[in-house]
Design a binder for this molecule. Structure first.
Ligand code: ATP
Ligand code: MG
Length: 404
């Protein structure tokens, strides 16, 4: 029996798309190719609302799985043996696969795209299940089985596998326009960025720092976080903007309980200018309602007022423990808990305003003469590019090696 391996990828939300579904599928395929760059494969192909990745080296499954997990839009990917669709062959391959595993229960999950096959999905489940049971003497368990033997019949071929990796679902990055994400090296903003990547938004980042009054640690930590996040979008850019001069001006001229709000307004104004220059329609922030004193609804209103475009706050309704769980899953948590002096926490007054009055905030700000400090901050910003960590590890430099 000749056995070839491939990876079968299912998407979820794209399947709900109407007329422009093929545009989403093409982007997903492109993102998969970029993500697998450097690993062996010959083609990534759409077939009956599934994506197949052929010409792979099955001994490197873990590497493929680690990478595919990061492609937004994927529901799951399974390492499959591709054989002719003949029930005896299917049974034999499934039995060989199970022979190599230790398990105490199993199930068979068959799906038929190829409706001409003489058995229904249910009949395949039963036939293969009975066959496997007669060999392994292990019980079938429909819920929470140790091993799920997946069988798919697609266009005259059969695919059998049990190793599966789950993606995060959502939409492929670059199918939902762009946003500027305001990123600190805290726990929240990397997660809010991730949540937007998951909705297909391509992100450019902006980080504000207060060097030399603070150490360069926040810049270093943000760089590490962005290397992780670049894993989900292959490549990203960040504007590192010096905020110290503006902060010092605010501290010299405004009552200290308004400092944090005025710092935030300055950040939002600068981020809006960058977004305008790049023709990007929205900003992203990691605020979560009530999480800290500065994130009350009144304060959010008083800061959002400085924006000239929508600020999306994907974590607005998240609990801290949920945010931490996501940060752990996506790989930013360990970096975010490294110590750093944040540009705001460094100058936080003892009694910050928790219920800002918008008029008072506006008037206070109007009375401060910032001169050309905003222009200077942007002129002094450094722009850095971060690449997918596996590209960096393998010294790949060109993103142009993947054909559409
Ligand atoms: P985070 O964990 O993201 O730092 P936080 O709970 O510390 O959030 P704040 O410090 O109030 O909350 O910041 C609220 C949001 O403002 C952040 O989630 C981020 O989007 C943005 N922000 C804060 N500090 C910076 C910074 N230094 N550079 C860019 N954006 C920032
Ligand atoms: Mg913070």
């Amino acid at each position: 029996m000749t056995e070839t391996f491939c990876i079968l990828i299912h998407y979820h939300e794209i399947a709900l798309k109407g007329k422009n579904r093929s545009w989403f599928e093409r982007r997903l395929i492109k993102n998969i190719k970029l993500q697998l760059f450097g690993l062996p494969f010959t083609k990534v192909q759409l077939n009956a609302a599934r994506i197949f990745c052929f010409g792979i080296d099955e001994s490197m499954w873990n590497d493929y799985a680690q990478r595919l997990r990061k492609v937004m839009g994927i529901k799951h990917a399974i390492l499959m043996s591709q054989v002719k669709s003949d029930i005896d062959t299917i049974q034999a391959v499934a039995a060989t696969q199970l022979k190599e595993l230790e398990f105490s229960s199993f199930r068979v999950s068959a799906r038929r795209q190829y409706k001409d096959f003489h058995l229904s999905s249910q009949e395949i489940n039963k036939r293969v299940g009975q066959h496997l049971q007669s060999i392994n003497l292990k019980p079938v368990k429909l819920k929470n089985a140790d091993v799920d033997v997946v069988i798919e019949l697609v266009k005259g071929m059969a695919y059998i596998g049990h190793e599966r990796v789950y993606g995060f679902g959502g939409l492929p990055v670059k199918t939902s326009e762009q946003a500027v994400s305001m990123i600190s090296s805290g726990i929240d903003s990397p997660v809010s960025s991730f949540e937007m990547l998951k909705r297909g938004v391509e992100l450019t980042y902006v980080h504000f720092h207060s060097t030399p009054a603070t150490s360069r640690q926040s810049i270093q930590n943000v760089g590490e976080i962005l290397t992780v996040l670049a894993g989900y979008q292959i490549q990203c850019r960040v504007y590192m903007v010096p905020l110290l001069e503006i902060q010092q001006k605010i501290m010299a001229e405004a009552p200290n309980k308004l400092w944090v709000i005025l710092f935030r307004r300055a950040m939002i104004k600068l981020a809006s200018i960058i977004a305008e220059q790049l023709d990007i329609p929205a900003l992203i922030s990691g605020e979560s309602v009530g999480q800290v004193a500065s994130q009350t609804l009144s304060n959010i209103r008083a800061t959002a007022d400085a924006a000239d475009r929508p600020i999306l706050r994907p974590l607005a309704g998240f609990n801290k423990e949920d945010i931490v769980r996501i940060a752990e899953k996506i790989g930013t948590y360990e970096i975010s808990i490294e110590p750093y002096d944040d540009c705001c926490s460094f100058f936080v007054p003892i009694h910050p305003e928790t219920k800002a009055n918008l008029e008072v905030v506006r008037q206070t700000e109007d009375n401060i003469d910032f001169g050309d400090m905003f222009t200077t901050a942007l002129n002094d910003a450094t722009i850095k590019t971060f690449e997918h960590p596996d590209y960096v590890r393998n010294s790949f430099t060109s993103l142009e090696k993947v054909n559409d």
